[in-house]
Design a binder for this molecule. Structure first.
Ligand SMILES: Cc1cc2nc3c(=O)[nH]c(=O)nc-3n(C[C@H](O)[C@H](O)[C@H](O)COP(=O)(O)O)c2cc1C
Length: 191
């Protein structure tokens, strides 16, 4: 039987094949030339990828050529709000383990549409919150950044690559973001 994260979900007109969402953490701003490769590495059939750098006010526009959603005109260009994506407040460490605060419930209840939770989730916690109905989908930032085939690894219960924090936001055209191995590569390397 499929784990909760790998079950299909209908979001508006979109039939998603699983619930593992790419949270915005792409090199768009720091190294735009790598963005297409980054997204294509992480694309799955009917999987949801959230793009970075969509800004909510003119003063938030830190980078040129990024889309805005702060005027009616800009909003009308989009389909309306299909989902609400929120990040948990800072995680607490209790007895050496990271605790996800699960503070998003009031927002989940107030929003009449697809809800996406993020912030500190791993495979087990993601499965748990989907099974409980706390959220519809789970977005992964750092784990998806470091594992281009994250949905497949979750499905198989395979080990994950560790993220390298020193390459977050790097402007290097080669190191970080797009050089993390796929499961097949790491399997080959271990043979
Ligand atoms: C390198 C890096 C870049 C990020 N850039 C953005 C961004 O541009 N916009 C945004 O909304 N969130 C950004 N985030 C936050 C992630 O989308 C996500 O919410 C956060 O990492 C928490 O999820 P996680 O615990 O699964 O990593 C970034 C995170 C990382 C690690």
């Amino acid at each position: 039987m499929a784990i909760p994260l790998m079950t299909p979900y209908k979001m508006g007109q979109f039939e998603l094949s699983h619930r593992v969402v790419l949270s915005g953490a792409a090199p768009t701003a720091t190294c735009p030339s790598r963005t297409a490769v980054y997204y294509s590495q992480r694309a799955t059939r009917a999987g949801l990828l959230i793009a970075v750098a969509t800004v909510v006010s003119a003063t938030a526009q830190g980078y040129p050529e990024t889309p805005g959603i702060w005027t009616q005109e800009q909003l009308n260009k989009h389909e309306g709000f299909l989902y609400c994506h929120m990040v948990e407040p800072r995680m607490a460490i209790v007895d050496g383990h990271r605790q996800i605060p699960h503070r998003l419930l009031p927002f989940r209840k107030a929003f009449n549409g697809t809800f996406i939770a993020a912030g500190g989730y791993d495979r087990d916690e993601g499965n748990k919150v989907v099974a409980e109905g706390y959220t519809d989908l789970v977005a992964y930032g750092r784990l998806f950044l470091a594992n281009p085939d994250l949905p497949k690894r979750f499905e198989l219960g395979a080990p994950l690559n560790k993220y390298d924090r020193s390459t977050f936001y790097t402007q290097d055209p080669v190191v970080g973001y797009t050089d993390y191995p796929f499961l097949d590569d790491s399997t080959k390397n271990n043979l």
